[in-house]
Design a protein around this ligand. Structure first.
Ligand SMILES: Nc1ncnc2c1ncn2[C@@H]1O[C@H](COP(=O)(O)OP(=O)(O)OP(=O)(O)O)[C@@H](O)[C@H]1O
Ligand SMILES: [Mg+2]
Length: 275
């Protein structure tokens, strides 16, 4: 089956289109959520959350524990079906009923817990579930083009600045930072519109985080919309183009990182001013 996200030439054309749009001062919405509602039983966890993720932007979502950040992201990744509201990808309304649905619309997710298959190689992880068949009769009998997948994985990870000793080694032999780099490379490879990340550095040491932050920048540099959930506020201020603050299931503020301090963000998160 051929789907648009399998066109490996797409990221380059997207990049050039995006650059032109930025020069012209236009911001292109990649993913829009409008008045999203989500209930778990009688508990309303998301109340009319609206948010637009723009191409080339890193949008950080911050908030106290239980504010609804992960639940909101799971609505965007197709893991939770919302009880109300609309989702638009590339200005077209879509219904996401599964993570596969979201992937088919060009939305990829990177999880906190380094969700790779440990016994598979880097290349096998990047292409997991979306393997390239060998040409001709070999493909018809189910053989894979391992060389092409290896080359493509090596190319993406090299572009991200990953210095892996071997792309044939299983991912369990990699450091946490390297593994998260592989997960982001996989997302970049397949995302057409947006990459969603829930605490992608939470399981990592300080030094390993830098590689992941560089990979997040690289994703935005490829004109993808990036949503980053993080509790690391100093890093969010440095990395994000915009900060959305969630509190008790509502998006309460849209802040410009250039204009606020960590203290300001914490005050909004906790509702210290007024509430
Ligand atoms: N599957 C679920 N079933 C029932 N309640 C849930 C479920 N998932 C989340 N919740 C509840 O929804 C609320 C929001 O949780 P969520 O995980 O979205 O918060 P969060 O902002 O990601 O918090 P944290 O910063 O701790 O990760 C919490 O009260 C949580 O207990
Ligand atoms: Mg969470």
């Amino acid at each position: 089956m051929h789907t648009p996200q399998q066109d490996s030439s797409a990221p380059l054309s997207k990049q050039s289109m995006g650059a032109a749009a930025v020069e012209a001062g236009r911001r292109e919405p990649a993913l829009e959520a409008i008045n999203i509602v989500k209930n778990f039983g009688s508990l309303q966890v998301l109340r009319d959350v609206s948010m637009t993720l723009y191409r080339g932007d890193i949008t950080a979502v911050v908030g106290d524990n239980g504010a609804g950040k992960s639940t909101f992201m799971k609505v965007l990744s197709g893991e939770h079906i919302p009880d109300g509201g609309q989702l638009c990808v590339n200005n077209r309304e879509v219904q996401l009923r599964s993570t596969q649905d979201a992937q088919s619309y060009g939305i990829e997710t990177v999880y906190q817990d380094l969700a790779l298959a440990p016994d598979l190689s880097v290349a096998e992880n990047v292409f997991l579930g979306r393997e390239i068949k060998a040409p001709g009769w070999r493909g018809q009998i189910g053989m894979l083009d391992r060389q092409l997948m290896l080359e493509e994985s090596t190319r993406i990870l090299t572009e991200l600045g990953a210095k892996l000793k071997s792309y044939r080694a299983t991912t369990q032999s990699l450091s946490g930072g390297q593994r998260q780099g592989v997960a982001i490379a996989r997302a970049i490879k397949w995302a057409q519109h947006a990459i969603l990340m829930d605490e992608p550095t939470a399981a990592l040491g300080t030094r390993q985080r830098d590689m992941v932050y560089a990979a997040i920048r690289a994703a935005a540099g490829r004109n993808l919309a990036v949503l980053l959930i993080s509790h690391d506020l100093p890093q969010v201020l440095e990395l994000a183009d915009r900060i959305i603050v969630m509190r008790q299931g509502t998006a309460v503020a849209n802040l410009n990182p250039a204009e606020v301090t960590v203290r300001d963000v914490v005050d909004v998160m906790l509702g210290a001013k007024g509430a």
